[in-house]
Design a protein around this ligand. Structure first.
Ligand code: FAD
Length: 433
């Protein structure tokens, strides 16, 4: 089954609140005939778009291909949360790679958030950046660990933008009895992700990048120059960046063995009005909770609750996404039982075994960056930039990310999905116990 079309029609954005509220560039035509360039980028999400913008800045002749449209994948469908740090917490990273390497990865992750903020600010992008992410503990016994983690970030990393929240303050900020405490991080925030992708595409186009949509890469000949084939074109390119994330399929086996697609779902309610919206989330922060199947939510600019969650481990999206997500939404906010859901959609992200992104040099002239494990708004944007740096000969930051080991999924491409389904079902069962 091809994940690029399992749940979607070629070239059509899902009917999300994002697609209803962002205005994109006019459609780009499909790649046709014999073409050549310095760098061919496959995939126009944050990774590919950012790589394109930064390569064009450095004077490279760039072609950017997407099987569907710009921002069509996870980048245009996600929760919009721009989180601080890597997906793994720093203490786990210290154990995995040692304290010095962990610090370097932390610094890189801070650069990632700053990059998103700078791109938005410097180019007057109309996709907002609202400050603040709350991590909400759904079990009492997790609260001391959250406090200790905020202290750890302060003491060891000098990060002062995160602080612990007790139960009273948490319930004041988030109108739910489901949480016992957690942290508030004012270094992170939330944006309109499809709006951001559209702005990056316009920026890339302005800088001379040739963007082609409805141009699925069917074959990559790993040579020098590399040959990239779509249905209607053959592109000869000195360098290639694979930026396909959860939609990679079998285009490259080495990556596919380490990066696994998984679906996630979001709903947006009807507009709630200012007072009712504030009663859910007082200060317009984004929230992500401590469940294994994470609930994440925030308000939109028109005062809807945008809520992500629900579990489903098939390749195909469930038929009734709204019903799937409504269940955890009502567990957190029972008062919304009569509230209408106006939009519901799904998306495919990519996870790795250790939840750290997989950056790889497939060959001297072919790079891949993916597997952000649900934490890619900032890191994929940075991933594209550091892939551009690596092509330009400054590979330190790409190599730093690539030096984190990414284990293969047991069973490889054939068995990873059924094994993952079993593991996920077990962990999510623990959420309910
Ligand atoms: C529902 C959901 C919620 C999420 N919430 C958050 C969040 O709140 N915060 C956060 O940090 N992260 C979140 N994520 C993860 C985040 O969206 C991703 O990590 C990030 O967008 C990855 O960007 P990307 O460019 O690498 O991949 P994508 O945006 O998925 O882009 C890959 C692109 O490659 C194209 N492509 C694939 N194969 C081919 C091919 N053969 N030929 C041509 N084109 C191809 C696809 O069409 C697609 O457009 C979420 C993801 C989902 C799905």
């Amino acid at each position: 089954m091809d994940i690029l079309t399992a749940n979607d029609t070629v070239g059509q954005y899902p009917k999300s609140w994002y697609a209803a509220t962002a205005s994109g560039p006019a459609p780009f035509k499909a790649a046709q005939g014999a073409l050549s360039c310095d760098v061919c980028i496959v995939g126009a999400g944050f990774t590919g778009l950012s790589a394109a913008v930064h390569l064009a800045d450095k004077g490279y002749d760039v072609i950017l291909l997407d099987a569907h449209r710009v921002g069509f994948g996870a980048s245009g469908r996600n929760g919009g949360q721009v989180g601080t740090g890597q997906r793994l917490d720093q203490r786990a990273l210290e154990r995995l790679v040692g304290p010095d390497h962990a610090r370097a990865l932390w610094d890189l992750a801070l650069d990632a958030v700053q990059l998103v903020r700078d791109l938005i600010h410097d180019n007057a992008m109309d996709c907002g950046f609202s400050k603040g992410i709350i991590h909400a503990d759904h079990r009492k016994h997790l609260v001391p660990a959250s406090r200790a983690y905020a202290e750890h970030l302060g003491h060891v990393y000098g990060y002062q933008k995160i602080r612990a929240l007790g139960q009273d303050e948490m319930r004041h900020l988030v109108g739910s009895d489901a949480y016992f405490g957690g942290t508030l991080d004012t270094g992170g925030g939330h944006i309109h992700p499809l709006g951001f992708a559209f702005c990056l595409a316009r920026l890339a186009e302005k800088r001379g990048v040739r963007i082609f949509e409805r141009s699925k890469v069917r074959e990559l000949v790993e040579d020098s120059p590399a040959i990239v084939r779509t249905e209607q074109s053959e592109i000869h390119s000195e360098h290639v960046v694979l930026a396909c994330n959860g939609y990679l399929g079998n285009l490259n086996k080495q990556v596919a063995n380490r990066v696994m697609p998984i679906n996630n779902f979001i709903v947006a309610t009807e507009p709630l009005g200012d007072a009712a919206a504030k009663a859910l989330i007082r200060d317009n922060h984004a929230v992500a909770d401590s469940k294994f199947v994470i609930n994440y939510f925030r308000l939109t600019s028109d005062n809807r609750l945008l809520f992500g969650g629900g579990e489903s481990y098939g390749y195909r999206f469930p038929r009734d996404i709204a019903a799937l997500v409504r269940k955890p939404m009502l567990e957190i906010f029972p008062r919304l039982k009569d509230t209408k859901i106006d939009y519901s959609w799904g998306g495919t992200l990519a996870i790795t075994m250790n939840r750290m992104p997989h950056f790889a040099r497939i060959r001297g002239n072919i790079l891949s960056a993916s597997g952000y494990s649900g934490h890619g708004v900032a890191l994929a944007t940075l991933g594209g930039k550091i892939a551009a740096e690596a092509i330009a000969g400054q590979a330190e930051r790409f190599d730093l990310m690539a030096s984190v080991p990414t284990p293969r999924f047991p069973g490889g491409v054939a068995l990873r999905w059924p094994l993952l389904v079993l593991a996920m079902a077990w962990f999510s069962l623990r959420d309910h116990l």
